[in-house]
Write a protein of this length. Structure first.
Length: 133
């Protein structure tokens, strides 16, 4: 059924439940999302504390005193690191949320991207980087 056939949200929920079941329909992508949240929290605070100190030691003295530049560099650095680490997890999450068949698994996903793994895992890197900055 197309989206035009649905009259309200409950009809959409019923259709999702009938086609994919409860967990695959409503919780698809929840494990990759949890992994993304846990991963993000393990590195973010150390980077927020450590990068300004790093830039304090590395930057020339004329730039070192400008706190706006250090904050900018810290933010861009964290966004780049975050995007690089999270892009494969986001890609897997999006795959599970948009798959047509509920029977697909992680193994099925990696079979699908075989041969072009790096490109497929980092598909969407640029929008993710823009979102992080």
């Amino acid at each position: 059924a197309g989206l035009a056939a649905f009259k309200h949200e409950l009809a959409i929920a019923r259709d999702i439940y009938s086609r994919k079941g409860f967990f695959q329909g409503f919780y698809a992508g929840s494990l990759p999302n949890l992994t993304r949240c846990l991963l993000r929290n393990t590195y973010r605070y150390p980077l927020l504390v450590g990068l300004p100190n790093f830039y304090e030691q590395v930057l020339p003295s004329s730039i070192r005193e400008n706190t706006k530049v250090k904050k900018f560099l810290t933010g861009v650095s964290i966004a780049l690191i975050e995007s690089t680490l999270l892009c494969p997890v986001e890609r897997v999450k999006v795959h599970f949320m948009t798959q047509k068949h509920a029977s697909d698994s992680y193994l099925g996903f990696f079979r699908t991207i075989r041969g072009n793994t790096f490109h497929e895992l980092f598909r969407g890197f640029t929008p993710l980087l823009m979102r992080q900055t």
